[in-house]
Structures are given as C-alpha cells and as structure tokens.
Design a protein around this ligand. Structure first.
Ligand code: DGP
Ligand code: NA
Ligand code: NA
Length: 210
C-alpha cells in the first residue's frame, strides 16, 4: 500500500510562524524523521540566501542596505519563483518537499508594514500551492521568553505582533495550527502524524497553484 502511495507525486509541506516560534527546529525534525523512515525528502528555506537575489535580501535583512518596501517584497517573491523549477521536479519525482517559510511569510511581513493584503499576495500567485501549512502559534510575549530576538530587521516585538495579526487573516483549511508552547517532541509527533495521515490522499491529488 505504501509503495503505491510513494509512486504518486511528492507532498509540499510548509512551515510558517513568527520569528522564534520554533518553526525551523520542527522543520528539521520532520525532515530527519522522513529520512529515517526511508522517504526521499528535500529541505528548503526561504529566503534562500545562496542565490544572487537571496544575497540582496540578506543584505537588506542585516541592515547593510535599504530597499523600498515594494521592491524588497518583489525580491522575496522572485526568490521563491527562482526555486519553482526545482520544487516541481522534486515533487514530480515523488520527493517530499519541506519548506521553512513561503508565500505566507511574504504577505505577513509586508502587510505588517501597512500594505494591502491583496497587493501583497499578487506576486506569489501561480506558485505551487502547499498541501499542508503547519503554523507554529506563539504569542509575542512567549516568544520573547525564549531569549531576546536577534539583530535582524524584523526581529522586534511590536512588528512581530503585527505579523501575527496578518497570519491570523491568512489561515485557511489547509493550515494546521500547532501550539508552539508545547514540548518540541510532542509538537513533532503531532506534525508527523498529521502528515502521514494525509500523505496518500495528497499524493493522488494534482498539485494546485496559489
Ligand atoms: P528566517 O531566515 O526564516 O529567519 O527569515 C528571515 C526574516 O525574513 C524573518 O524575519 C522573516 C522574513 N521574511 C521571510 N520571508 C519574507 C518575505 O517573503 N517577505 C518579507 N518582507 N519578509 C520575509
Ligand atoms: Na529570523
Ligand atoms: Na493549499
């Protein structure tokens, strides 16, 4: 039965959440788990700072350059678009694609600056639509108890508060909201069980586009 499921396309899984929600840890734990059970899996993260566009984004995040708000928004989107051929190829080959941040971060972080949500969504229209979005839910207050935010541009409590409010508006049926304050192993089990339950169903459904 599982060998039949594995002949279908790969599953596109995205992790979203505010900074310090534990999203990257969960992403890694899921990738390691899928590998341990013999699945083909690719671990991607956005922004992908390794490309030329990603390098500009990195400079912006570190504050060494300034970019106009719309311009940086489009660069973040372009950074996702430049990965689409690879993502599609992986999914076609039946590989799980696990992504740390995606278009929803794009909308949440720019709309948090006061821009229109519909405008923010537009550049990402047409990207592969994730089968599942795990949202690591944490209050800004709890996130701060995990140690102070880093030094990057968006890592300020007031801004993260607004990001969380926009995420709230973006949630839809394929979002699985996870309580990020639970024990990390407990969260991991919840995530992997949800994924394994839905894997076969998704692998037989054509990939949609955002
Ligand atoms: P990370 O490497 O996951 O810590 O992400 C770096 C920062 O960039 C983080 O504060 C979230 C933010 N970010 C991620 N994607 C986007 C995006 O598409 N647009 C904007 N404006 N910010 C983003
Ligand atoms: Na960060
Ligand atoms: Na979806």
């Amino acid at each position: 039965m599982s060998s039949v499921a594995r002949r279908g396309r790969g599953i596109l899984v995205v992790f979203e959440g505010c900074d310090r929600s534990g999203k990257s840890t969960q992403c890694r734990m899921l990738v390691d788990y899928l590998k341990s059970i013999g699945r083909d899996v690719a671990h991607l993260r956005f922004p992908d700072r390794t490309t030329a566009i990603g390098q500009s984004i990195n400079d912006y995040l570190q504050g060494t350059t300034e970019l106009e708000d719309h311009a940086i928004h489009l660069l973040f989107s372009a950074n996702r678009w430049e990965s689409v051929p690879r993502i599609k190829q992986l999914l076609d080959n039946g590989t799980f694609v696990v992504v740390d941040r995606y278009a929803f971060s794009g909308v949440a972080f720019t709309a948090a600056k006061g821009y229109d949500v519909t405008w923010c969504k537009n550049p990402d229209r047409g990207l592969p639509d994730p089968d599942l979005i795990f949202y690591l839910d944490i209050s800004t207050k709890d996130a701060q108890t995990r140690g102070s935010y880093g030094e990057e541009r968006y890592e300020k409590a007031e801004f993260q508060e607004r990001v969380a409010e926009i995420y709230e508006q973006l949630k839809s049926n394929d979002w699985k909201v996870v309580d990020a304050m639970k024990d990390k192993n407990e969260i991991h089990e919840e995530i992997r069980n949800t994924l394994l339950e839905l894997e076969e169903q998704f692998s037989k459904t054509p990939l949609k586009r955002l």
